[in-house]
Design a protein around this ligand. Structure first.
Ligand SMILES: Nc1nc2c(ncn2[C@@H]2O[C@H](COP(=O)(O)OP(=O)(O)O)[C@@H](O)[C@H]2O)c(=O)[nH]1
Ligand SMILES: [Mg+2]
Length: 218
């Protein structure tokens, strides 16, 4: 009887675990975001922004929500390290792509990389959130401006491709994805918008079709 009740208790209180990868160019604020999430949700606070060094490899963090554990993987964004992101695509349940809304000079580089993420077949059916970070800065582009900038960038890219007669493949899926793309503005430094972004990820992974038992490192 004890074992039966213990088993039942474990079943009722078990938590599903989901993996979320945080990617984007170096300097976008991924690690600052991860540490902010830890501070907001865990008893032991994450690192404060002055303690964060450029990421080599990866940082991880776990938070516990009702009936759910979210495991975050902050993958480094330098050019060389970006080549390994795809290894995580098969086993993650959601992707958060962080863009530095303040750094206009690197926006198109950010879109180039974002576009290659969007065209990865493995992540076609998993939730993807575009995060416009650094909203605390007066120079930052707003969520609407960020969305527009990406659409303009994509439009230019398609026009160029058309000229080279190389367009077509996978384009309609990508276009659909862009049309329904969710963009949220946050300030990882100040913490504004971070809970709303975590809520978005929390809700989407529950509805995602990927098995929670499957996950990075499992
Ligand atoms: N103003 C502002 N700066 C930020 C914000 N988030 C990160 N930063 C700064 O951007 C730089 C890069 O942050 P980091 O988290 O290391 O970026 P990562 O390379 O994507 O992990 C650091 O100087 C951070 O303090 C933010 O929300 N607002
Ligand atoms: Mg980092």
């Amino acid at each position: 009887m004890y074992h039966l009740l213990k088993g039942l208790h474990e079943y009722l209180t078990r938590k599903e675990e989901f993996s979320v990868i945080i990617i984007g160019l170096d300097g976008a604020g991924k690690t600052t975001l991860l540490e902010r999430i830890k501070t907001l949700y865990n008893d032991t606070p994450g690192l404060t922004p002055d303690k964060i060094a450029p990421t080599v490899g990866q940082n991880t963090g776990k938070i516990t929500l009702p009936s759910t554990i979210l495991q975050f993987w902050d993958l480094g964004g330098q050019r060389g390290i970006r080549n390994i992101w795809h290894r995580y695509y098969d086993d993650c349940h959601a992707v958060a792509y962080v863009i530095d809304a303040e750094d206009r000079e690197r926006l198109s580089e950010g879109w180039e990389v974002f576009d290659s993420v969007l065209s990865s077949p493995q992540i076609l059916n998993i939730p993807l959130l575009l995060i416009a970070n650094k909203q605390d800065s007066p120079q930052a582009l707003s969520v609407e401006e960020i969305r527009q900038d990406y659409e303009d960038w994509h439009q230019r890219k398609m026009e160029n491709a058309r000229r080279n007669v190389r367009y077509g493949e996978g384009d309609s899926e990508r276009r659909e994805r862009i049309a329904s793309l969710d963009v949220m503005g946050i300030s990882a430094i100040e913490g504004t918008g971070v809970k709303a972004a975590v809520d978005w990820l929390f809700i989407r992974v529950q509805n995602s079709r990927r098995d929670p038992q499957k996950g990075i490192g499992r």
